[in-house]
Design a protein around this ligand. Structure first.
Ligand code: UFG
Length: 328
């Protein structure tokens, strides 16, 4: 298959690119390199394209005939989205609309979309099934939910087929250390704990210790980035099967087990043999207390099984990758 990966120079996209390439698929990465990294595109080809630039996007679709699109490109930080909502709606929603328009124009009918646990808002049950009430509590989550709906509407109007993955907390890195997490600035918990372990001048701020959770800190479901990538391979294979035109299937991707911020810090200390300096800080706006996935549907329908479900293994891989980066 020939697959377009928007955002393929980013964290999750680069792991999917490696996996797809290793399975003999031809990949083309479309990335504006705003937050992605040229050196992360180690497989397939790179086209420097911003999804907000419709003319360049059209040229890409004119030049290549894609069997499917995996749409990873997005701004992804909850806190930033609360401060700069316009940036998130423009980049994420308008960019996706442009992509769907180009897919329709050039007859590409299969899409896999990177959605998020943030579409659920405040959970009423745990673990969360896909049919739980939706109600984002931050603009990032809203931008992803709006795109989900746009994809559903494009599917029913134009006979396209989609798989929507709602990621929980992507973590870890390629065990061969060929790619990994590198956000600038970094906002995610595990790399920030690892950076604080490496650099004693840094400390780790715990955002909120008064949540309604066993130790008062937020609980998240950490999912190995390679297991996320594996779900995409299964997803695109299922889209190649006949039938299903006009439908968008939704799957959660998580391990079904929640860990608090303090538990992540303890697990990191076990892996690295060192404890970071920790500071209590106020809650970060837009954070839900607890987000844990039920991925039963993904297991049942696509036969997905996580290869690295243990938090310690996830942190070990993240630690091995972190040590390939300069101390900062
Ligand atoms: N946290 C800290 N200190 C930090 C960084 C994070 O205490 O320095 C806490 C956060 O408050 C949160 C938890 O660690 O409770 C995890 O935070 P991350 O920033 O690593 O991840 P988020 O849960 O905010 O967001 C991630 C993805 C989103 C996705 C969301 C869904 O980045 O794309 O998971 O759960 F929407």
């Amino acid at each position: 298959m020939k697959i377009l990966l928007t955002g393929g120079a980013g964290y999750i996209g680069s792991h999917a690119n490696k996996l797809l390439s290793s399975r003999g698929h031809e990949t083309v990465v479309a990335d504006n390199l705003g937050r992605g990294h040229r050196e992360a595109v180690r497989w397939g080809r790179l086209a420097q394209v911003d999804l907000l630039d419709e003319a360049t996007l059209d040229k890409l679709f004119e030049a290549e005939k894609f069997d499917a699109v995996m749409h990873f490109a997005a701004l992804i930080f909850v806190g930033e989205s609360v401060k700069h909502p316009g940036r998130y709606y423009r980049n994420n929603v308008q960019g996706s609309l442009n992509l769907l328009r180009a897919m329709r124009k050039y007859g590409v009918g299969r899409i896999i979309f990177s959605s998020t646990a943030a579409v659920y808002g405040t959970p009423e049950t745990s673990p969360l099934p896909e049919d739980h009430t939706l109600g984002p509590i931050n603009p990032y989550g809203w931008s992803k939910l709006m795109i989900e709906q746009t994809i559903r509407d494009f599917c029913s109007a134009y006979g396209m087929k989609a798989v929507i993955f709602r990621y929980f907390n992507a973590a870890g890195a390629d065990p061969e250390r060929e790619t990994g997490e590198k956000h600038d600035p970094e906002n995610h918990l595990i790399p920030l704990v690892l950076k604080a372990v490496r650099n004693p001048a840094r400390s780790l701020k715990i955002f909120g210790s008064d949540y309604d959770t066993p130790d008062g800190t937020c609980v998240r479901d950490y999912i190995h980035v390679c297991d996320l990538a594996a779900s995409h391979l299964l997803g695109v294979e299922s889209l190649m099967e006949p039938g299903g035109e006009g439908t968008a299937r939704v799957y959660n991707v998580g391990n079904g087990e929640g860990f608090s911020v303090r538990e992540v810090i303890e697990a990191t200390a076990k892996v690295t043999g060192k404890k970071p300096r920790v500071e209590q800080a106020p809650r970060r706006s837009g954070d839900a207390a607890r987000l844990v996935a039920s991925s039963e549907k993904l297991k049942r329908e696509l036969g997905w099984r996580p290869e690295y479900p243990e938090l310690v293994k996830i942190i070990e891989h993240a630690w091995a990758w972190e040590q390939t980066l300069p101390v900062d």
